[in-house]
Design a protein around this ligand. Structure first.
Ligand code: IPE
Ligand code: IPE
Ligand code: MG
Length: 251
């Protein structure tokens, strides 16, 4: 698989396709700090963060990465001031509308994970429109984690399994890892191979706890609005150089 000719002038990534991660997940952090360092309101950081989302999506599509999952809003982020949340909702709605053309051109297939509660109906409608419109695309799978919390996801999965057990559809003693995985929001997706976090924090913040069991973690001090193609390339290069053992022994 080679990179698309449209971007022939773009920097080459010397990592062969079979050494690249299939699924990259990103904790996009540091928008507020980026803005504060410049004496700008935090929302300016979020606005600039959208440009990083655009760059990252397009570069992953160009590199033929199978899936990109972006942590856009955590279930804990509702603790933030209402004006910041309103602005994030506005950005999300705008992204869903404005990116449609590019997402279609790049054959990106959009999905979301997280609970829909709390997302304004108008934003949900635009999300659904983009998801529906892009559903037959066969390029990069872009999964947006919105009002997502991993513990909440696991609770939802446990509830579904418990209901099935109560109704006699599943034997509790026969429940295995695959059964649990298939009740998560991420059912059917490959687990992330590479987890990127910007802004230097060495924590997971309730993101994909089950799914990242064996993900390689890559942290940069750069704030999300500063994250660009060279950083993505470096993360992929470092990933390719890691020795993934999955608990076993490599020669
Ligand atoms: C990440 O940036 C975006 C969201 C969590 C929505 P932050 O807003 O967390 O930025 P910092 O961490 O305060 O700098
Ligand atoms: C994680 O960032 C959530 C998103 C990037 C959407 P936070 O800024 O919310 O994480 P903490 O609070 O620093 O752990
Ligand atoms: Mg943060």
């Amino acid at each position: 698989m080679s990179e698309t000719p449209a971007a022939a002038s773009a920097p080459q990534l010397e990592v062969p396709p079979d050494k690249r991660p299939r699924h990259i997940a990103v904790i996009m952090d540091g928008n507020g700090r980026w803005a504060q360092r410049r004496d700008l309101p935090r929302i300016e950081g979020h606005r600039r963060g959208v440009a990083s989302v655009r760059r990252t999506v397009e570069e992953c599509a160009r590199l033929k990465i199978e899936q990109l999952t972006l942590y856009c809003l955590s279930s804990e982020n509702w603790k933030r001031p209402q004006p910041e949340l309103d602005f994030l909702m506005h950005l999300l709605e705008q992204y869903m509308i404005e990116e449609r053309t590019v997402l279609m051109r790049e054959q990106v297939r959009v999905s979301t994970i997280g609970r829909r509660e709390g997302i304004p109906a108008a934003v949900q409608a635009e999300m659904d429109k983009t998801i529906e419109l892009s559903s037959a695309n066969d390029g990069l799978r872009l999964c947006l984690a919105i009002n997502y919390g991993s513990r909440g996801e696991i609770v939802d999965a446990v509830r579904k399994l418990a209901r099935r057990a109560r109704d006699g559809q599943v034997d509790p003693d026969a429940i295995d890892e695959e059964d649990v995985a298939s009740e998560l929001y991420t059912a059917g997706m490959p687990d992330p191979d590479l987890l990127i976090r910007t802004a230097g924090e060495l924590r997971i913040s309730n993101f994909l706890l089950w799914q990242i069991s064996y993900a390689e973690i890559w942290v940069t001090a750069k704030f999300w609005p500063e994250f660009a193609e060279p950083d993505l390339h470096q993360a992929i290069r470092d990933f390719a150089a890691r020795d993934r053992r999955f608990g076993g022994l490599n020669e």
